[in-house]
Design a protein. Structure first.
Length: 135
């Protein structure tokens, strides 16, 4: 029962902006917002079709994850109840990890290497029976 009250307690202990963890989270969310702009420009200028197809949702996802992360950090630092719950951080981290996992799987499907087929020469082939050609 302690785990549930730890996760769902609506107002965890106060955290100020001068602490290390909110600073790291703010920097991470700011980097996500900045990467959203960079990814949008990179995708527009890219000539590789597989990269453009794969990076279609990256800029929008970085924008959403960055803005939601900023909302969670500000809610935690300003003691806003029910938004500052640890449970929302777990949902945020889980959804971010799931998005990265799905994008890695999609990357493996899109960027594949075609192995050239080299027929092997069999010396017995000219002596083996063949199908008759019908004209």
């Amino acid at each position: 029962m302690d785990v549930l009250s730890y996760l769902f307690w609506p107002n965890p202990e106060g955290v100020s902006y001068s602490d290390l963890h909110p600073r790291i989270a703010l920097i991470f969310c700011g980097m996500l917002l900045l990467s959203s702009l960079v990814l949008r420009v990179m995708r527009a200028r890219s000539h590789f079709g597989s990269f453009r197809r794969l990076a279609h949702s990256w800029a929008r996802a970085a924008l959403w994850f960055g803005s939601v992360g900023l909302l969670l950090v500000v809610a935690r630092a300003e003691d806003i109840q029910y938004i500052a719950m640890r449970f929302w951080w777990i949902v945020f981290g889980g959804s971010f990890a799931l998005y990265v996992f799905v994008q890695c799987r999609c990357a493996r499907l899109l960027w594949y290497e075609v192995i050239p087929f080299v027929p092997s020469q069999d010396l017995r082939e000219k002596y083996l029976p063949r199908r008759k050609r019908s004209h």
